[in-house]
Design a binder for this molecule. Structure first.
Ligand SMILES: [Zn+2]
Ligand SMILES: [Zn+2]
Length: 262
């Protein structure tokens, strides 16, 4: 007799949960590395130049895993550097309150990202290209394709759950911890209002070394002390070795500079 194909996740419940969590974590880490290497270090701060093929790959990952429009993210983040913890900072826990940023980071981000004058002023150098017009400016389409792919791999129920876990981790835990917690708690190597949290750096592709980053925004490397690990830096070094990236000077080479997005 003809047997129906077994769904991928027909095994026991525990296995299904573990597979779902592993895939969801992989998606979150892909989003995190694309955010820190492409959106943050490359597009926002020009801390490295990526080969066009690698840049396209990261843009594609951002599109499918976050739905963010790079120009908007760059503008909001450059404004954060221009007014760090002062009037005008889009998401300062010192001005808005810790929980407002930690829980409402997405709200503060969207409010600022929707201001065309902010995007024009702070990200005017990033002109939309053909790919932006066709694909990347349509964040929701990318997200829907990403969710559909998870459903194809895991089945609809587990796929939707994996997408939900990823969303909670990226939107409500990791991103807000940089904008909120890292401007509220941690230790400092340099005199600025941001702070380093080593364990958070391990989960955020190095972003948790936020005090170092505010001290030298153009450095493609966020770690400084031997005890600090920036997981994105070995990836950038590998890309550089392969001839696919050109990093700017590191924090050790340029030293701390005053707050600036450029
Ligand atoms: Zn900051
Ligand atoms: Zn930055």
């Amino acid at each position: 007799m003809h047997q129906a194909a077994r769904p991928v996740l027909e095994g026991d419940l525990l296995t299904s949960v573990i597979v779902m969590l592993l895939l969801s974590s992989a998606v979150t880490q892909a989003a995190t590395f694309a955010t820190t290497i492409y959106l943050h270090r490359c597009a926002t701060h020009r801390a490295l130049v990526l080969h066009p093929v690698v840049e396209f790959f990261f843009r594609f990952v951002i599109w499918m895993t976050t739905g963010l429009v790079p120009r908007q993210w760059v503008a909001v983040h450059r404004k954060h550097h221009a007014f760090t913890d002062e009037e005008g900072d889009p998401h300062s826990p010192l001005l808005l309150g810790f929980w407002s940023v930690q829980l409402g980071n997405a709200f503060h981000y969207v409010k600022e990202a929707r201001k065309p004058e902010v995007v024009e002023k702070y990200a005017g150098d990033l002109k939309p290209d053909r790919w932006d017009r066709v694909l990347f400016d349509h964040g929701r389409v990318g997200l829907l394709i990403g969710i559909a792919l998870l459903c194809v791999v895991l089945g609809v129920g587990w796929g939707l759950l994996a997408a939900l876990v990823h969303t909670i981790m990226y939107v409500f835990v990791l991103s807000p911890s940089i904008n909120g917690l890292c401007h509220y708690a941690g230790y400092k190597n340099f005199k600025n209002t941001a702070m380093n949290i080593r364990t958070l750096a391990l989960l955020t592709g190095g972003e948790g070394l936020h005090n170092n980053h505010h001290a030298a925004p153009r450095s493609p490397k966020f770690s400084l002390r031997a005890s600090e690990l920036d997981p994105a830096w070995p990836v950038i070094k590998l890309l550089t070795w392969l001839g696919l990236a050109k990093p700017y000077k590191t924090i050790e080479q340029i030293g701390p500079v005053s707050s600036s997005y450029s």
